[in-house]
Design a protein around this ligand. Structure first.
Ligand code: PRP
Length: 178
């Protein structure tokens, strides 16, 4: 990818993200008071949000990683979700918190919910930093949503464009040059 092929419009600042995570963490701490949770980082996009969120939680947290891919190098979902890395411990009887960077069509989250529900956790809920209500194609519940956004292609803070730009500390809107 040539850096001249796109521009990035600053969209959600580091400060706004930090403040939002503190609010989400307060809700999660209250809802799971006295319980241990298994937080599941859905790779790759969630790793930055995940690391900030778990450090804001005041609960006992076990961390698990689930590798998934559906977009490849495209800007729209292929609709086919692939598991690229599975959990390495049991979640039966545990309180599971799926941590997603973004719920777009909802197809990935729907897949994850089905995939993990089959392992009989005590409960399963989802935190997503970003959600695009207008892009949803399936019915999925997200208990903890950071920001609801329009149907724009966002990058940074873990989100990529063709595997680049995950390291931006803020969230930007990607504009591709014609
Ligand atoms: C992104 C993102 C979500 C998913 C959301 O993953 O991390 O998991 O897409 O899209 P959906 O709601 O339309 O299914 P992607 O497949 O791009 O892989 P990545 O996390 O490795 O970037």
């Amino acid at each position: 990818m040539n850096p001249m092929d796109y521009t990035i419009e600053k969209f959600i600042s580091e400060k706004e993200i930090k403040d939002k995570i503190a609010k989400l963490a307060d809700q999660i701490n209250a809802d799971f008071d006295g319980k241990e949770i298994v937080a599941i980082c859905t790779l790759k996009g969630s790793f930055v949000f995940f690391s900030d969120l778990i450090r804001s939680l005041a609960l006992p947290v076990r961390c698990e990683f689930l590798g998934l891919s559906s977009y490849g190098n495209q800007t729209t979902t292929s609709g086919e979700v692939k598991v690229t890395l599975d959990l390495n411990s049991q979640i039966e009887g545990k309180h599971v918190l799926i941590v997603e960077d973004i719920v777009d069509s909802g197809i990935t989250l729907q897949f994850i919910l089905k995939y993990l529900e089959a392992r009989n956790p005590a409960s399963i809920s989802t935190a997503a930093l970003l959600s695009k209500p207008d892009a949803l194609k399936v019915d999925v519940d997200v208990e903890y949503v950071g920001f609801e956004i329009q149907n724009q292609f966002v990058v940074g803070y873990g989100l990529d464009y063709a595997e680049s730009l995950r390291g931006l500390p803020y969230i930007g809107i990607l504009h591709l040059e014609e």
